[in-house]
Design a protein around this ligand. Structure first.
Ligand code: UFG
Length: 328
């Protein structure tokens, strides 16, 4: 079995990736410091608790397991927090992965899949956003992801480390079997918060602004199912294993839904009330983010299985209603 090192494999996206790898004949080797991840979400291979900044630990892992590729899901991901605590973001999202890349060079390991973000584009100049759109990120989070894309390019040129960067739009939904889900602490993402409201765990959902230039005044996002993300990562990994040297691809569904549309759909699916209140806009929120994934479709042969928002929300609800307090 081919070993793949999954950094952040105990987190939301990483854990779904591990299940997808295991179902497709790979062994995920998880390295996670459990700051955001959940030990209960690691079920498909060895688990090592630790940080990717720990070069000694990484060397031990690379010596023990014959690692064929590395996937990195261990970045901090709150746009707002990155504005108030930039050092935390640059240390974890840039400095730590540089240590990882240096150990990869030393141990002669290539094939890196990087979780990048549509946040690298900043305020969109045109919709849908393609990979050619200028990258002018407006938050330290977005800048940290862009820096990593540039650093990967430099490591490719200097040492030949092959990589694919995947620029996600809004990852959402959960494992259709109900085994894994989204559990962040603190939770800031729209769909889990809508469910917490539906379950009465919080009083109301706050909508960040309703005077954006959109059809109902609330922000529009492109939600992509977590299993479709995982599928794209696996295809990208196999491309690298087959010889592709590098690539950059958007991953979204090319369809946008407003915050109010998400709330309405969640109301229909849960059959519960979701009270909301309009509050001030959140700093760093563009009005509309919709991606074109045509390049991933054409070049990688990626075919999303759950492109519609209804299924995305339904799978997420399946997990949330059976895990109202998350993994604990
Ligand atoms: N929203 C609310 N109320 C909330 C939470 C969110 O109105 O309580 C709105 C946001 O303003 C936004 C939409 O719901 O318009 C989605 O917000 P999320 O926080 O769920 O997701 P983001 O779009 O902010 O962030 C996601 C990823 C980031 C990534 C970003 C790219 O979580 O990692 O997309 O912009 F960088």
């Amino acid at each position: 079995m081919k070993n793949i090192l999954v950094i952040g494999g105990a987190g939301y996206i990483g854990s779904h990736m591990c299940k997808h790898l295991a179902t497709n004949g790979y062994q995920p080797v998880v390295l996670d410091n459990l700051i955001c991840g959940h030990r209960e979400a690691v079920k498909w291979g060895p688990f090592i608790e630790g940080s990717m900044a720990d070069k000694y630990l990484l060397e031990k892992i690379f010596s023990k397991y014959e690692i064929k590729g590395v996937m990195h899901f261990a970045a901090f991901c709150y746009v707002g927090e990155s504005i108030t605590e930039p050092g935390k973001y640059y240390r974890n999202n840039v400095a730590a992965p540089i240590s990882l890349l240096e150990v990869m060079v030393k141990k002669n390991i290539s094939n890196f899949i990087f979780s990048s973000s549509c946040a690298t584009y900043g305020e969109p100049l045109e919709i849908p956003i393609t990979e050619k759109h200028p990258q002018n990120p407006i938050s330290p989070y977005g800048r940290s992801k862009l820096m990593m894309e540039q650093i990967l390019n430099d490591f490719f040129n200097a040492y030949g480390i092959k990589y694919i960067s995947l620029r996600y739009f809004n990852a959402a939904g959960a494992d259709p079997d109900g085994e894994l889900g989204e559990d962040h602490m603190p939770e800031t993402h729209l769909i889990p918060l809508v469910f917490q409201t539906a379950m009465g765990l919080i009083k109301e959902i706050k909508i960040f602004g309703d005077d954006y230039p959109t059809k109902d005044g609330t922000c529009i996002r492109d939600y992509i199912h977590i299993d479709d993300l995982a599928q794209a990562h696996l295809i990208a990994l196999e491309r690298l294993l087959d010889g592709q040297s590098r690539g950059i691809y958007n991953l979204g569904n090319g369809a946008g839904y407003s915050v109010k549309e998400v709330i309405d759909m969640a109301r229909n699916i849960t059959g519960k009330c979701v009270p909301y209140r309009i509050v001030d806009k959140r700093v760093g929120d563009p009005a509309v983010l919709i991606g074109s994934s045509q390049k991933a479709v054409e070049e990688l042969g990626w075919r999303p299985h759950f492109p519609d928002l209804h299924t995305i929300i339904e799978t997420a609800w399946k997990w949330h209603k059976s895990h109202p307090k998350g993994y604990e």
